[in-house]
Ligand binder design. Structure first.
Ligand code: MN9
Length: 298
């Protein structure tokens, strides 16, 4: 049965060893850590996971590891975007055979495709894997905006169950939901979570959820409880942290914050550059001031 995908999901990073290999025991610890924080689900293999810097085999092994460790206790969405249809279909079928709840994908990247080609890409994923699909809209990275113009007709397909709205344009979020009331929206920029909720998002998928899920859960509960001042204050604390993370490089910053919270994540693969000591100090300071959770020595 199709699960209700509403909720708060960390976009898991891919823990790595000093030599760049995937650190699978840390990945298992990460899954346990997230479930203990009370998240509703896990999002595997997205931007935060450096998915475009991993091999297809690595992506499959990460999916298998996470699904096995989660053991059906939380929802799991697997991002399968891989540049082209064939690889994305293989990853979708693999996600299905390993028990994922849904697949997700950015539109096919690099080449300029027509709207028809992009829609056909998504329909191939749905039809060849028979999985519910979460469209990952992130126009700043892909150059394609899925919530604008005729392409948003895709959301009317019954197997397109959700939108990951990684865009600060909240007018488009409200409009796409108004045109397709059955669609579920999950907010994609953590710094805009409160505005996403106010325009109809029923949860979020985010990189900074990994190390501060409790803040996002409290923010959502404050919003739904009508405690607007509290929700706004929590969003402000989140944004103090996000501002520094984006400044030093968000994906390495997320890995470092998780390492400080006790799950070794290492650094991102090249061409990402590791954090400098000055960036680490700055991050630790902003986390100590705003996070309200204990941090370990580096
Ligand atoms: O998965 C993330 N998107 C990207 C969602 O990084 C592209 C967000 O969580 C951002 O990292 C975060 C900082 O901008 O909102």
């Amino acid at each position: 049965m199709m699960k209700d995908l509403a909720g708060i999901y960390p976009a898991l990073p891919t823990p790595m060893l000093a030599n760049g290999d995937i650190h699978y025991s840390s990945l298992r610890n990460l899954v346990d850590f997230e479930m203990a924080q009370g998240v509703d689900g896990l999002y595997i293999g997205g931007s935060t996971a450096e998915s475009f810097l991993l091999t297809e085999d690595e992506r499959k092994k990460v999916t298998e590891t996470v699904l096995h460790q989660a053991a059906g206790k939380v929802k799991v969405i697997v991002h399968v975007g891989a540049g082209g249809t064939d690889a994305a279909v293989r990853l979708s079928q693999h996600a299905r055979s390993n028990g994922a709840d849904a697949i997700s994908s950015v539109p096919p990247i690099y080449f300029k495709y027509t709207n028809e080609e992009i829609i056909a890409y998504y329909l191939d994923l749905i039809e060849l894997s028979d999985m519910p699909l979460v469209v990952y809209n992130i126009p700043a990275f892909t150059g394609v905006n899925m919530t604008q113009g005729p392409i948003r007709e895709l959301f009317k397909h019954p197997r397109v169950v959700a939108l990951k709205h990684t865009n600060t344009n909240m007018y488009e979020l409200e409009r796409v939901l108004a045109h397709t009331p059955s669609l579920l929206a999950l907010n994609g920029y953590d710094e805009a979570f409160l505005s996403g909720l106010s325009m109809g998002a029923k949860g979020m998928i985010g990189s900074t959820v990994n190390f501060m899920a409790r803040k996002f859960i409290a923010l959502r509960d404050a919003f739904h409880g009508g405690r607007n001042d509290e929700a706004f204050r929590l969003q402000g604390e989140v944004n103090e942290i996000v501002e520094t993370m984006v400044e030093v490089g968000v994906f390495n910053a997320v890995k470092y914050a998780m390492t400080l919270r006790g799950v070794d994540c290492g650094a991102c693969r090249a061409p990402f550059k590791p954090l400098t000591d000055a960036s680490k100090t700055k991050l630790r300071q902003v986390l100590e001031k705003n996070l309200g959770e204990s941090l370990r020595a580096d």
